[in-house]
Design a protein around this ligand. Sequence first.
Ligand code: OOG
Ligand code: MG
Length: 262
Amino acid sequence: MALAENTIASLAERVDTAARELHTIVKLTDEFSELDMQDAYTIQRRSMARRFERGEVLIGMKMGLTSVAKMKQMGVEQPIYGHLTDVMLRQDGDTLSMGDFIHPRCEPEIAFILSRDLRGPVSPAQAMLAVEGICAAIEVIDSRYEKFKFTLADVVADNASSVAFVLGSEVRKPEEVELGNIGMSFELDGEVKHVGSSAAILEHPARSLAAMANMLHERGEYLRAGQIVLAGAATAAEFVHAGTSVCLRADGLGEVRLDFSE
Ligand code: OOG
Ligand code: MG
């Protein structure tokens, strides 16, 4: 750890307040260049602890930067994770208000729903034994950093830009889908912006799930039965505005939608 305990606490408060009050902040690394990944994950946990104290409930985890398209878009080259809470969960077809976000982007994802606890270290195949359901998902990300620009440590401290997500209504069992190659079409206002495949997610989304369990294991933590895990975007993300309709169609998993209003 590079940063002092009181610095970590105050940076956790800074990212939490920015997320709550919907304003941007300068990158933490601008001020604290020594901020390392371990500190960043500690800041993330401290800021989440503040949310849990306010009553939010942990319902899952998200992987991020698991596809080459996302790594290139963000200029950051290593998978990361963040926490998902009940207030981030929206329903398929919901209309979200732009007033609840800073500069939101949407991205197409695959989600896992776990039926068993999952402890690392595990292989992708072992990780899949804990999966009950697979569905399509749209994640809304909303970096608290100016211009949506950050280093790896900054974005980790900011809970991997998490703000909201929605799961598709069609949930399939692992044996019912070809998880390693699900065709995904990501549309804004009826126009196809990206076509991709679940293969873009670390070559197979099961690898993302295993990586999630294995990274948590480094901190002595594990995934719980019932939790949702987002595997990470299969394509680049798209900015949305008031009036934008977002739709993800995923082969065998139906479609999932979100709309944005003022
Ligand atoms: C970081 C979060 C990335 C994904 O699915 O790749 C992410 C960001 O792009 O702001 O959620
Ligand atoms: Mg994502």
